[in-house]
Each structure stands twice: as C-alpha cells, then as structure tokens.
Design a protein around this ligand. Sequence first.
Ligand code: NAD
Length: 228
Amino acid sequence: MKKIKIGLVGASGRMGQEIAGVIEKSSSCELFYPLNRKDKLDAKKAAKVDVWIDFSSPEAFEGVLQMAVKNKTPVVCGTTGFTAKEKALLPKFGKQIPLLWSSNMSLGVAVLNEALKNFAAISHFDYQIEEIHHNRKKDKPSGTAITLQENLEKAVGRKLPEPLAIRGGGVFGVHKIFAMSDEEVITFEHSALNRTVFAKGAVQAAEWLVKQKPGQYQIRDVLFGSKK
Ligand code: NAD
C-alpha cells in the first residue's frame, strides 16, 4: 500500500514531535517533509506532500495555506490563539482545498462539544467553563475553551461569562463545564492524559482529509461525518 506523505509544520515543537512519533508507528502514512521555522522551503518536495499538518503559530498559518493551495494539498491545522485575521482565512481557503482546523484534535472533546447541545433544555441554568493548562501555553483562554463557549452559547441562546483559565505545571489540558441551578449542578469534564491524544486525532484527521473535496472541516466531521 502506498503511504500517505505527510508534511509537518512546526515539526520540532512539543506537538510536532508527538505527531512525528504517531506517524512513525503508523503503517498508512510517512513523515515525508518535516518543516521548521528557519527551514528554507523546498518547493519541489512540498509539491509531493499529500497532506500538511500544521501545529506551529498563528503567524505561520497564511504562509502554510498559500504553499498548500499551489498544489491543492489538504491542510490539517491545530494551532490556537487565532485572531479574526487567521479565522477569516478558513472560509477563504476552504473554498480551494480541504481544510480542517480544530482547537482540540481529541475525539473526546469532539464528543463533548456535541453533548453541549443537550443544555438547550436547561438554558436558564447558570454556566461557567474552566480550563487548566501547562505554564508554557501561550494563549489564554485555550482555543478549546473558546470553541466550547461558542457551542454552549449556541445551545442556550445567550452570552455567558468568559471561561476561567488556570496556568500551572505540566497539565496537558483539563476543561470543565458547570451547569448550575439552585437545586443541582452538572459538571462535564475532559482531561487529556498526554499529548498523544491530540497527535493521534491530527493524524487520523489527515488520513480522512486526503479523501475529501475542498471545504472547511472540523474534527467532528471525522467522527460524525461531514454535512457537505
Ligand atoms: P511549541 O511552541 O512547542 O511548538 C511550535 C513549533 O512551531 C516550534 O517548533 C516553532 O519553532 C514552530 N513555528 C512557529 N512559527 C513557525 C513558522 N512560521 N514556520 C515554521 N515553524 C514555526 O508549541 P506546541 O505546544 O507544540 O503547540 C503548537 C500549537 O498547537 C499551539 O498553538 C497550541 O495551542 C496548539 N495545540 C493544539 C492542540 C489541538 O488539539 N488542536 C493541542 C495542543 C496544542
């Protein structure tokens, strides 16, 4: 079987190394082009990449998309801390290539985001999201907390208090959603036990994305199917 050739942007970062480890163990894909911040782009090699995985920085995103679009190569991106500028790139480039961005590549958080729809039935409760991450994390609140907040606000039909963010130690990522009334409290909690969970999700997403038409996708589409 021909292996899927993966290009990896941010290959020497924490997530990049984790993703390289998952690819190494895979029988269906290979790490064809690891790309780091100071590398000069080899356009011939880039043209042979089947799918890019980008876990680098918001500043890198537009360049990655421009490089991918030249060869119509799909892109999976897990970078967080996007401003309106980077967010606007998603629909623009999603018209030209298969483009999957998710603030959290874990399948568990994809299921958690779906589960939030149930809160529509108790939209009058008080809500609060809380997240904890390691002390090297650059963005605050986390991209995952922002996505959970957007989905929760959609479910309950109103603006909610901002997510609370705690930074400390080596925590890979904990997200809690509290739904509270005078009589009861519901707590949804997701804990990432390692970084591999995000790396596995990203590689699974890349293997799925190479078979898709141009469009804007999320990790939930890999699990639940795309509406396109
Ligand atoms: P990191 O700082 O360890 O690694 C980032 C890497 O990207 C570094 O090696 C850096 O040199 C490189 N880089 C930065 N700008 C670049 C550029 N212009 N071109 C090429 N390489 C560039 O960070 P990390 O912990 O690996 O996280 C990376 C990103 O992934 C962050 O935004 C983080 O929040 C996000 N993240 C997402 C998920 C998810 O599931 N979606 C999970 C964990 C982390």
